[in-house]
Design a protein around this ligand. Structure first.
Ligand SMILES: Nc1ncnc2c1ncn2[C@@H]1O[C@H](COP(=O)(O)OP(=O)(O)OP(=O)(O)O)[C@@H](O)[C@H]1O
Ligand SMILES: [Zn+2]
Length: 722
């Protein structure tokens, strides 16, 4: 092969043809650097005949610059890149970028210089900043920028300390190997149910064939311990395992349990890795020396050398759906990856997505059930509190029966968890004098007051500012009123009711980093917290044996708004948070506050009637032609110029294809009509299962010329409808 066609990592360019330089050898999948005008571009040598485009005349071909010394991208992964781009209507280059997601891994040195304190050394002259740095950097090591972040002083101050010998440089080999995991380090005794399920999964790993599993186990049934057995089997066979988790906050708990089982930590992959850690992980993964990789959704596209098993834990979680760039669902793509790699994949959940359950019930996925909690723990008792009968007082949100429940737990020295899916103190702030409401200037959203940080912030664009002393509209002082509750306000209410209780707010604001999540877990496990008040972040995965009461502050919250999956999501969220109660020796109780005890989903929760709820919801979906019986897609057009985007949307609407099996609704201003300073219009597309949805979208969109200021987003199988 002397002529090659490249998939280059630049979505603005199509496939490009090159010739090989003298003595150069490549194969399909080789990662190469090619000249492009005066610059260079990275690309992947693609299989002949699979990338469309006219042949360039041989005399015009330029020679490839170099072959990057990393293993070639494997054929199964190349097929996955093609499938993902095709299914989600995304550029191939954008998907390939997710595979080659560590620039550092492709080139650059294999050592780096990091810095750390020299024990006992002090500068000639101490300043408050130097003192703070020395104080905060104990036991830390990193590049200067990272140390500056940790210590809150500038890199200039740190350099001064380096010059004085207080901080020293150390050379670190980036690609040093990870400690090996031992499949037989500590084998737990499994229950009969766990053993049966684990046995099936172990056999599937041995078989090295594609098989999708739904591991449907109630909360606290020990799904993790169970799927650790096929993980161990893959390790024995020298194959790699990928475990996808929805949230960094969950990783800590997983890491501890993994180490207890396998005697070493798994390799982590998520967005807060340092660039050297990314390189180290990427290379070890591509060479096969990284054995078990635990990561966020982006870990799915890494170039595993020898993958033997994929596990998607808490597979129902919507954070597996990526909503910018390539809009893919890692749960679904993981099944495709397993198919191309010819390996088993396990979707584990106590509240599977309706689509997953449907696949399992119809035999497409193999269903494995863990029907009871491990160690004889009982599922909690669930009771509804009808807020129309038990009205909390003015400015209060907790009804009397819930307050009594908290009181009883505090008296008994047990823990409680209050769940409200709203960060901050209050979702809306207004002026008592003139009625002015604080709105984000960049988004169609209210600013949320955060009392802990004393700021008003927009949860969509990140805009933040201090809470003003007077109303910016009428100038009146001390006139701002908080409307409605957020978790901070609930925490205040608990503190007022029970001044001695140790209350802790748990949200992405307070548990955003792995360290902070670990601190929180340690504190809760040491029983240094009496009442946790948290958002959806605490609904999943956590295991606190002393937690016996869960209060759902507002079960109706998720049912408002136009989300097509609102009922399913409410069921999942409440069932998951309820699943945190009574996981140890003591039984748990769940109190759900609602204004609509008669609503199907609320009643099903109270009766613990999961199957009934799913059946009813399945029928509703069937009637609406919604997934899994039909398909949805969305097109989101946005621009900083409202008129421009409205005109483009109207034009696109006029050009809509007229088909019997594809219904196109819109254009309409998006519910979030303004987001990060861009005006947004949406189309919602509902297609029959048999329709060629992607082809229709591609033809429709490619026939249009979009002005440069307009962004076009295609969302296949959307989860967000804002
Ligand atoms: N075979 C076992 N031996 C010892 N401990 C176990 C075993 N199985 C489960 N456990 C323990 O039981 C608890 C619950 O298990 P785990 O957290 O895996 O449940 P889960 O099914 O993932 O629940 P959830 O869906 O609620 O997260 C954990 O503390 C776990 O360590
Ligand atoms: Zn905003």
């Amino acid at each position: 092969m002397n002529r090659v066609r490249l998939l280059v990592l630049n979505a603005a360019l199509g496939p490009l043809d090159y010739k090989l330089a003298q003595g150069m050898a490549v194969e399909a999948g080789s990662v190469v650097v090619a000249p492009l005008g005066p610059r260079t571009v990275t690309g992947v040598v693609w299989d002949e005949g699979r990338l469309p485009g006219a042949e360039v005349d041989a005399s015009k071909l330029r020679a490839l610059r170099e072959v990057v010394p990393v293993p070639p991208i494997s054929a199964p992964l190349r097929r996955l890149i093609e499938w993902t781009a095709d299914y989600y209507c995304a550029p191939l280059a954008s998907v390939a970028r997710m595979v080659l997601s560590s620039g550092g891994a492709l080139g650059g040195p294999s050592t780096t210089t990091e810095y750390r304190l020299v024990e006992g050394a002090l500068p000639e002259r101490m300043t408050p900043q130097r003192e703070a740095a020395i104080d905060l950097l104990q036991g830390e090591q990193g590049i200067l920028r990272e140390l500056a972040d940790i210590s809150g002083v500038s890199t200039g101050v740190l350099r001064g300390l380096v010059n004085q010998g207080v901080i020293e440089p150390v050379t670190v080999a980036i690609d040093r190997p990870y400690s090996p995991a031992d499949p037989d380090f500590h084998q737990p005794t499994l229950s009969d149910d766990q053993m049966r399920v684990a046995g099936t999964l172990v056999k599937a790993v041995e078989k090295r064939a594609f098989e999708p599993f739904l591991l449907d186990g109630v909360t606290g049934s020990g799904k993790t311990e169970t799927y650790f057995e096929p993980v161990a089997q893959a390790l024995r066979m020298g194959r790699q395992v990928l475990v996808l988790l929805p949230e960094i906050a969950l990783t800590e708990n997983f890491l501890t349990r993994f180490e207890q089982r396998f005697g070493a930590a798994p390799v982590q992959w998520h967005s807060s890795l340092k660039s050297t850690e990314r390189r180290r992980a990427w290379r070890a993964i591509s060479e096969g020396s990284a054995q078990v990789i635990v990561g966020a959704r982006s870990a799915l596209f890494l170039p595993y050398a020898n993958l033997g098993l994929i596990v998607v834990d808490e597979a129902h979680e919507i954070s597996f759906k990526q909503d910018d760039g390539v809009r893919y669902n890692a749960r679904d793509v993981s099944v495709m990856r397993a198919r191309f790699e010819e390996i088993p994949v396990v979707l584990a959940s106590a509240t599977p997505a309706l689509e997953s359950l449907h696949m399992a019930n119809s035999g497409t996925y193999t269903k494995l059930v863990l029907p009871s909690r491990f160690g004889g723990a009982q599922l909690p008792q669930i009771k509804l509190i009808d807020l129309t009968l038990h009205k909390p007082g003015a400015g209060r949100w907790l009804a009397q029966p819930l307050v009594e429940g908290l009181e009883a737990r505090l008296g008994a020295g047990e823990q409680s968890l209050l769940f409200l899916n709203r960060r901050g103190y209050a979702p809306l702030t207004l002026c008592r004098n003139c009625g002015h409401r604080f709105q984000c200037p960049n988004c169609s959203a209210w600013l949320v007051e955060h009392r802990l940080s004393r700021r008003l912030s927009c949860h969509h664009c990140g805009l933040e500012g201090p809470v003003p002393e007077s109303c910016p509209e009428c100038g009146e002082a001390d006139c701002l009123v908080a409307c409605g509750p957020g978790v901070e306000r609930i925490a205040d209410e608990v503190a007022e009711l029970f001044p001695d209780a140790r209350v802790e707010v748990a949200t992405s604001d307070t548990l955003g980093s792995p360290e902070r999540a670990a601190q929180f877990i340690a504190k809760a496990e040491a029983r240094a917290i009496d009442v946790i008040v948290g958002t959806q972040l605490v609904t999943k995965g956590f295991h606190f044996p002393e937690l016996t009461l869960v209060g759902v502050v507002d079960a109706d919250l998720g049912l408002e708004g136009g989300d097509l999956r609102a009922a399913e999501r409410t069921y999942q969220q409440v069932a998951q948070v309820a699943g945190r109660a009574g996981r140890g020796a003591k039984p748990g109780e769940v109190l759900i506050q609602t204004r609509h005890p008669e609503a199907t989903v609320i009643a099903a929760l109270a009766d613990g009637d999961r199957d009934g709820f799913y059946e009813a919801e399945t029928e509703a979906r069937r009637e609406a032609g919604a997934p899994p019986f039909g398909r949805w897609a969305a097109i989101i057009l946005s621009s900083e110029d409202e008129r421009e985007v409205r005109d483009v949307a109207t034009r696109l609407g006029h050009a809509r294809p007229q088909l019997d099996d594809v219904m196109i609704l819109g254009p309409a201003p998006a519910p979030m009509a303004l987001l990060r300073n861009r005006y947004r219009y949406r189309f919602l597309i509902n297609a029959r299962r048999t329709a060629n949805l992607q082809g229709t979208l591609r033809d429709w969109l490619s026939a249009q010329d979009f002005p440069p200021g307009v962004r076009v987003g295609v969302d296949v199988d959307p989860y967000s409808f804002v």
